[in-house]
Design a protein around this ligand. Sequence first.
Ligand code: PPS
Length: 286
Amino acid sequence: QMSECLFFEGLPMPSILTNVETLCFAREEFLVRDDDVIIVSYPRSGTHWIIEILNLIHVNGDPTWIQTVPVFLRSPWIEDAHLQKDLINRNGPRLMVSHLPVQLFPRSYFNCNAKVVYILRNPKDIITSLYHVSRGFVCKKQPENFDEFLNRFIKGDVHYGSWFDHTLGWIKKRDMGSFLLIFYEELQRDPRGSVEKICQFLGKKLKPEEIDLVIRNSSFSAMKENKMSDHFAMDGRMQKVIIAPMLRKGVSGDWKNHFTVAQSEDFDKLFQEKMSRLDPGLFPWF
Ligand code: PPS
């Protein structure tokens, strides 16, 4: 059983960040506007990397803003109990973030032209990343070992519920409205191509040297040095409970240092079963 969590519609949600009232408001009453851009993801998929990239694109690569304003004020979370009101009153165009699964997402989004950037990452690397964050919780019951945590992840007994449900739910919606699917692995393999794709999606024209600045200022090392990029360290609520850094390793394939061969094979089988309705060619990690 997890502490630091509340259950909402059957899903464990992080009570550090949110509460029932905020979650109800998010879904039923939060008004998404046509000129909004929303980054959506399952936890530990590289959300903060995409936030940094979109923030930098907004200011043509100039790092001043990202180096002086904490990341969660630049791009607030829709389900954040402290910042939801600020978001409601913000003038557009707004850049917002959310880990909400599709069934808890603001209903108003589905009738408007707002843009969603959905970032996906190999779930084996997500489990690995999340395992290290869980071990960095001060008071939460820590996982006994990797195997126990893997089983919890598979059951969806983690914040925001099952990765499979989150991913399937959002991918099913990708043909409606403006939706850009970005992969963490693709971002790493081809940062320039990915940034260009994002610019095109946003309708933003950057000069080649401005794209260089975006890439340089959102690199793992630049973000690791920028305290403003570490949500855990900058947010008073999180400071108290999480001692893990937001940026840990920033690589693809670290799962190989954690999964046994049997665990990996079982997970692949489960992945194929659960994701069978999707084209396997969609995922760059196969
Ligand atoms: S959170 O807390 O759920 O919002 O986490 P999220 O931002 O989605 O994901 C954190 C992981 O993304 C990695 N990250 C990066 N990797 C490469 N380059 C850059 N610039 C970058 N920024 C963040 C971060 O290190 C976490 O992954 P792990 O594997 O734990 O290192």
